[in-house]
Design a protein around this ligand. Sequence first.
Ligand SMILES: NC(=O)c1ccc[n+]([C@@H]2O[C@H](COP(=O)([O-])OP(=O)(O)OC[C@H]3O[C@@H](n4cnc5c(N)ncnc54)[C@H](O)[C@@H]3O)[C@@H](O)[C@H]2O)c1
Length: 314
Amino acid sequence: MKFLVTGGAGFIGSHLVDRLIRNGNQVSIIDNLSTGKETNINKNAKFYKLGIEETQVEEVFKKENPDCIFHLAAQSQVKKSIDEPILDATTNILGTLNLLALSLKYSAIGGKIKKFVFASSGGVMYGNTLKPAVEEKTPNPISPYGISKLTGEQYIKFYGTQYGLSYSILRYSNVYGPRQDPYGEAGVVSIFTNHMLKNEECILYGFGEPIRDYINVVDVVQANILAISSSNNQILNIGTGIPASVNQLFELMKIITGYSLKPIYQPLRKGELNKNFLNSNKAQKLLDWKPKVSLKDGIEQTINWFKKNIGSVK
Ligand SMILES: NC(=O)c1ccc[n+]([C@@H]2O[C@H](COP(=O)([O-])OP(=O)(O)OC[C@H]3O[C@@H](n4cnc5c(N)ncnc54)[C@H](O)[C@@H]3O)[C@@H](O)[C@H]2O)c1
């Protein structure tokens, strides 16, 4: 099959591209490299350095005529969305709309986009959750990033009901794994790994108490692959449902890396939640998917990857 992956030079998108290519598919990538890296790009994929909101995206649709679109390109930093809400909306709302309009246009004139799979966020969609959030929980985003992701979802649903576009919306929890940017504001596993391996201090916001649901990128890729041919027109949480505090994560990573510095505690940052974890029963049922990588194994693999690549991670 022919796939278009937006954000295919980024952390999750590049793992998805690698898997699609390993499975024998043709893959093209649109990425503006704002946070993605050239070194992440699979050599067997066709790469278009473009913003998803740009008019030239149409040329890619014309040339590549994909069967399925995985839309992962996004402005995905909460702080940046607060500082630059227009930039956030341009990528996450207008960019998504551009891809939807082109999906429709090229389906109507003989193209054949069978599926539009969207990377949404369970981490920002529900606000604080006292128990694992289910998809029916009323969305309550508290940052422009959450608002733009929700708006993207709603446009996708509109294209589904109005024009019959098949979609799956996957709301990931906190994804971690190799290639995640250790210099971004989020991605606490890669940030701690980088600091621990260099014996630098780690800052634990919210005094280490915030609860998150850490899911390995391998499990997220698998959910995307399964969504190609199932769960049409559904919103699915993709998480482990296992809550872990930042303090617990820090302690686990300390043991694995042999780190001995004390944590630096600071209050929670603007737009961040105290507690968020997801119920993924619906994905387990409709995708026949289950997270397989334990937090300990996933963290060990991630740390080993960073140990080998720390010199080249900039
Ligand atoms: N990492 C997580 O924990 C997590 C959780 C929930 C949802 N998500 C979503 O998953 C997707 C991938 O996230 P990631 O963690 O791999 O982030 P990432 O920053 O590594 O990947 C995003 C990619 O999109 C590209 N991009 C950004 N703006 C663009 C634009 N206007 N046009 C074209 N390309 C653009 C970036 O260069 C980057 O390669 C995002 O949509 C994100 O919102 C991630």
